[in-house]
Design a protein around this ligand. Structure first.
Ligand SMILES: [Zn+2]
Length: 68
């Protein structure tokens, strides 16, 4: 089994891990109410979901959320 020849220093390890941070999600305005939401997600405010087809922008109304 391959064994590391030297210990990775804290500095080296931390420098490598500076690239491991997560990026902020891409927010797009909702086509119905304008609220900024992540792409490919149903709008939490109005339940709207935008579907783009080959012919152009299309919209589809998704079932309203239950208030239970
Ligand atoms: Zn919306």
């Amino acid at each position: 089994m391959a064994v590391p020849k030297f210990k990775i220093s804290k500095s080296k390890k931390r420098k490598r891990r500076t690239h491991d941070k997560i990026s902020t999600p891409d927010l797009v305005p909702c086509g119905n109410c304008g609220l900024s939401i992540p792409m490919h997600r149903i709008c939490p405010n109005c339940g709207h979901y935008r579907v783009r087809g080959k012919t152009g922008p299309r919209t589809r109304q998704v079932i309203e959320q239950d208030e239970s």
